[in-house]
Design a protein around this ligand. Structure first.
Ligand code: C2E
Ligand code: MG
Ligand code: MG
Length: 561
């Protein structure tokens, strides 16, 4: 910093003592902008002695700028309005290796001892404050990054991709172009996570993220959207390109991957929506991509690509409506029970030994909703426990009112009911209040549920057996039972699923499966019911195999009693 003008007037001797009481560098200037008094701290700051400084107007900085702002000084002198401005002093300006300083210079008008107007100024050092602000800015930027990206995969996170989709909508609307949104879901991820551990799960998520990135590269926005879900935004894209990219992503994800020391293969499912065809806003596009993905997962083999179609939307809409109406239906007892006979065929005649209760929902005046549609909805909406009790009560009322003492009634039970802590109490409560003895009641658990460790392991089944309640395995032949496992479980009867009976005796492989299941039941000394018998030829084929207990339209359709 060098002094910037020729010295012209004498200073105010002794005034620096007043200033020295103030710790910040302070100065006094006359109306010609000449320094007439300075504090010691000011001298330290500019690196010159007082004698040297007084009488000068300004200092030239290394940057070419001056330390003082003559315009600001002029304005304050004239108007009397205080002001402040900032200057950066380089380390050369202040001859300090510690680095540059950031200063704020405050100016105010005052009256000098000579009686004339003068400027009084003080210099505030903002260097540390600025550094603190800078770190704050860096921290803020980092937290913004954390806010925008998924820490596990480094991909965008949900809020960031939503912002990108909104931007893309704006651009596409202006340019009248289309774009595609791909929602990718890994199949069976939860199982891997719980079997191989979370570390393996995390590794898998990272590998899949990399593989998706490899397919799309460049400027394409890719996000991890949920636990095992990714979103790819293909701007200015058409369905053909979107489909191709989706298939390539499925291929890449399907490649073997090293997980916890072994090679695994995982598949993915992709749902695609196109802007503007399928939706006008981000929420709609994402939700329809999700619907498409789930619809495909249900109906197509793994590794498929499913574009959104209006029929998928209608199906989802219907589900939402049904779910809404179900609460009311339960309340209004719109769920009824039909009963279908289970017969023993002996010496050419049929004898009813039991009934299966089958739930029906009469929705409105004319519509009957199938249990295959509403039971899963009851489960999804947490209503199955409540509905299950009502169904059991109806079944028990039927037992009490109609069937003779040696006829049992079987009730289908869903997984959530079995896992509910109050299940056994509920059974006791309902049988007691309807006066039904336990031996007239049977419960049907699906094969998958029966084989499930949690339902088998909690001794609930034993307690049901102790009471004399029969336990049947339903839909047998559709799951993965094995003999040794079945032997450990207290089920008395297997019900062969109707899907295996449909093409018997014409379909050879179905016949082979049915024969195996029949001999499995014999081996285990378990009772056997074959359901779905519609034709005498089916019945006769099974009689030849040694089966005599049947259920099906041939013997009686489900009906109300
Ligand atoms: P499920 O327990 O295997 O019931 C047998 C199904 O086969 C019934 O369908 C019945 O009407 C049908 N069926 C019986 N005989 C024949 C036949 O000869 N041919 C054909 N094609 N079908 C026959 P439904 O009533 O539609 O019930 C479907 C499924 O819904 C049941 O399969 C069961 O899993 C579930 N379900 C029904 N009622 C209840 C219930 O109260 N609670 C629970 N949790 N599930 C239920
Ligand atoms: Mg059943
Ligand atoms: Mg069944």
């Amino acid at each position: 910093m060098t002094l910037a003008n020729a010295r012209s007037v004498a200073a105010l001797p002794g005034w620096h003592h007043v200033f020295d009481a103030v710790p910040t560098p302070t100065f006094l200037k006359n109306q010609k902008h000449e320094l007439i008094a300075v504090s010691d701290t000011f001298c330290e700051l500019v690196g010159s002695s007082r004698d040297h400084i007084l009488g000068y107007q300004d200092f030239e900085l290394q940057s070419g700028e001056c330390l003082f702002d003559s315009t600001a000084e002029q304005t304050t002198l004239k108007s009397g309005v205080a002001c402040a401005y900032e200057r950066e002093l380089s380390d050369e300006d202040i001859q300090s290796p510690a680095g540059s300083r950031w200063l704020r210079i405050h100016l105010a008008r005052s009256v000098a001892p000579t009686g004339e107007n003068c400027l009084i100024g003080s210099i505030e050092d903002l260097t540390e404050l600025n550094q603190a602000n800078l770190s704050l800015e860096v921290a803020e930027r980092q937290s913004q990054l954390a806010f925008a990206f998924d820490p596990l995969t480094g991909l965008m996170n949900r809020s960031q991709i939503e912002a990108s989709i909104n931007d893309c909508i704006d651009v596409s609307r202006q340019n009248d172009t289309s774009f595609a949104l791909l929602l990718i879901n890994l199949n069976g991820f939860k199982a891997i996570n719980s079997i191989s551990g979370h570390q393996a799960g995390d590794h898998l998520l990272r590998v899949c993220a990399t593989r998706i990135r490899q397919v799309v590269r460049g400027q394409t926005a890719v996000a991890r959207f949920g636990s095992d879900e990714y979103v790819v935004l293909l701007s200015s894209s058409d369905p053909v390109e979107a489909g191709r990219v989706a298939e390539r992503i499925n291929e890449m994800i399907g490649m073997p991957i090293e997980l916890g020391g072994s090679r695994r293969e995982i598949s993915s499912s992709v749902g695609i929506t196109m802007y503007p065809r399928d939706g006008k806003n981000c929420g709609e596009l994402l939700s329809k991509a999700d619907q498409a993905m789930h619809a495909g997962k249900r109906t197509k083999p793994s590794g498929y690509v499913q574009f959104f179609e209006p029929s998928i939307g209608r199906e989802v809409e219907r589900k939402l409506l049904l779910a809404r109406d179900l609460v009311y239906a339960l309340d209004q007892n719109q769920i009824e029970l039909y009963f279908q006979p289970i017969v023993v065929h002996e010496n050419g005649s049929d004898r009813v030994v039991g009934y299966e209760s089958l739930a029906r929902w009469k929705r409105g005046a004319h519509e009957w909703v199938s249990p295959e549609e509403f039971i899963p909805l009851l489960e999804q909406n947490g209503l199955i426990v409540e509905a299950g009790e009502k169904i059991l009560r109806l079944a028990c009322e039927f037992i009490a009112a109609h069937a003779s003492d040696d006829v049992y009634v079987s009730v289908n039970v869903s997984g959530q009911q079995i896992l509910d802590d109050g299940f056994l109490d509920m059974i006791d409560r309902v049988t007691k209040s309807t006066g039904v003895s336990h031996h007239r009641l049977a419960l049907e658990l699906t094969e998958t549920l029966a084989m499930n460790d949690r339902s088998a392991g909690n001794q609930l089944l034993e307690k049901l057996i102790e009471r004399g309640i029969r336990l049947l395995i339903d839909d047998f032949g559709t799951g993965y039972s094995n003999l040794s496992r079945l032997r450990q479980l207290p089920f008395s009867t297997l019900k062969i699923d109707r899907s295996l009976i449909r093409d018997v005796p014409h379909n050879r492989s179905d016949c082979a499966i049915v024969r195996t299941l029949v001999s499995m039941a014999k081996e285990l000394e378990m009772g056997l019911v074959v359901e779905g018998i519609e034709e005498p030829i089916q019945r006769d084929y099974l009689i030849e195999l040694g089966v005599n207990t049947f259920q099906g339209y041939l013997f009686g359709k489900p009906k109300p009693y």
